[in-house]
Design a protein around this ligand. Structure first.
Ligand code: T3D
Length: 262
């Protein structure tokens, strides 16, 4: 049987491919059972220095597989809060707490929790034909898996409201222009650009990148005072690292640094 999530590690990059192309990689519980452990492995395995997340086929991820839900009239009301609590929320938390960069290559439509998944990554590249869709309101749901947190912070409240209330597709070009994602690129360049970015990040000072990610995330809720303290503590931690020594030595010796990630 084909696995609904493929995971491979090579040259410091853990590639995770959502793999239910016929259903636009919409989320099933079987996918959840593979996806979160992949991020947990990325956390504990020193050989992994960057994660690349993408989708197989023409879509990135169409959100929750709606055929998994029992909506028969008169049937028991599904507790969708429970699915968030057990599956989506821990997944998004694991991604944000991973002290390593996550690159997302959005190869096609990212809808519902699929859009949230993409936006939970650190650097989001999208094919020009891709789009982002807050599909939730179309089926009378509230945006979840972190969307209501990320959207206003990235694009401002006016655009976040429009996206969430109207549930119209936002083309990748506009997503880049609005600051929702890092970059949009030609469809046939997407994977090459994502691979190049990951190769670069796999040679970067991983521990430092983890602390940069943590500091930027924390800044959204911190006062300046708290943020200055966090910067001080982060700098204190990396100041004793082998990669800092290597970075400065390489600068002084006018050569390219060889970071180990420690
Ligand atoms: O339930 C909980 O746990 C709460 C958490 C919820 C999180 C959520 O994500 S809620 C939002 C769920 N997602 C959606 O509502 C999006 C539904 N999909 C669409 O609106 C459209 O498929 C797209 C706009 C994404 C793409 O449209 P299009 O025309 O390019 O493709 P299509 O023909 O609609 O889809 C292709 C196939 O994928 C099709 O299957 P078929 O007919 O060829 O056998 C379609 O049914 C299937 N598919 C697409 N999205 C889903 C799906 N099947 C199940 N669930 C889906 N979400």
């Amino acid at each position: 049987m084909t696995e609904p999530v493929l995971v491979a590690v090579e040259a410091g990059v853990q590639r995770i491919t959502l793999n239910r192309p016929d259903k636009l990689n919409s989320f099933t519980s079987a996918m959840h059972a593979l996806l979160r452990p992949a991020f947990e492995r990325a956390r504990s395995d020193d050989a992994i220095r960057v994660v690349l997340l993408t989708g197989a086929g023409r879509g990135f991820c169409a959100g929750q597989d709606l055929s998994e839900r029992d909506i028969r009239a008169g049937g028991p009301a599904p507790d969708l809060g429970a699915t968030l609590e057990k599956l989506y929320n821990p997944l998004i938390t694991a991604m944000r707490e991973l002290p390593k960069p996550i690159v997302c290559a959005v190869n096609g439509v990212a809808a519902g929790a699929g859009a949230s998944l993409a936006l939970a990554c650190d650097i989001v590249l999208a094919a020009r034909s891709a789009s982002f869709l807050q599909a939730f309101a179309k089926i009378a749901l509230v945006p979840d898996a972190g969307s209501t947190y990320v959207l206003p912070r990235r694009v401002g409240m006016a655009r976040a409201m429009g996206l969430a209330l109207l549930a119209d597709k936002l083309p990748a070009d506009d997503a880049e222009r609005w600051g929702l994602i890092w970059k949009c690129c030609a469809d046939d360049r997407l994977m090459a650009e994502a691979d190049a970015l990951c190769a670069r990040l796999a040679e970067a000072p991983t521990r430092t990148l983890g602390l940069i990610k943590r500091a930027l995330d924390a800044s959204l809720g911190n006062t300046l005072e708290q943020q200055l303290t966090l910067e001080r503590e982060s700098q204190r931690a990396v100041g004793g690292s082998p990669d800092y020594r290597e970075g400065v030595a390489a600068f002084l010796e006018k050569r390219t640094p060889k970071f180990t990630g420690r």
